[in-house]
Design a protein around this ligand. Structure first.
Ligand code: AMP
Ligand code: ZN
Length: 135
């Protein structure tokens, strides 16, 4: 995937700031950080999103997410972290190589991740689930 910036990072053609690495995954600092130590965790092989990544590779990625969180806790005393992954353009995915954001949070950091919620939609739950579960 020559035109994929994250593949170019894995191959060393593009620069990056390594946080952690395994045989199959790579963690590096996001160049538009929302907070100090905002990192991205990716599989070294190219997969676009949740929809095409094999479960075994995703397991490796999640294991690395966990290890980076523990590294941050042990070395930096970080205890508040948001883990976010976007799949699809309408879900705010901009780089189409699967990644998890690891965003450490601190009191008063000025960031805010809030959804506009629809509690009234609970009345549709039964109809929604019947669609999901029908053969
Ligand atoms: P998303 O909206 O989930 O696809 O986020 C993509 C993330 O990749 C953004 O937070 C970007 O700042 C980050 N990003 C894009 N290019 C690079 C790069 N060359 N090195 C590090 N992070 C990058
Ligand atoms: Zn890629």
């Amino acid at each position: 995937m020559d035109d994929c910036i994250f593949c170019r990072i894995v191959s060393g053609e593009a620069p990056s700031w390594k946080v952690y690495e395994t045989e199959t995954t790579y963690a590096f600092l996001d160049i538009h950080p929302a907070s100090r130590y905002h990192a991205l965790v990716i599989p070294k092989q190219h997969y676009t999103s949740m929809f095409d990544i094999p479960e075994t590779v995703l397991q490796d990625v999640i294991t690395t997410v966990k290890r980076v969180c523990k590294l941050y806790e042990e070395k930096l005393g970080i205890r508040d972290i948001q883990v976010i992954s976007n799949s699809g353009a309408q879900a705010q995915q901009e780089v189409f190589h699967l990644h998890f954001h690891i965003v450490p949070r601190t009191y008063g950091d000025g960031q805010q991740l809030r959804w506009h919620t629809h509690p009234e939609w609970t009345r549709d739950f039964d109809a929604m689930l019947s669609k999901l579960h029908k053969d």
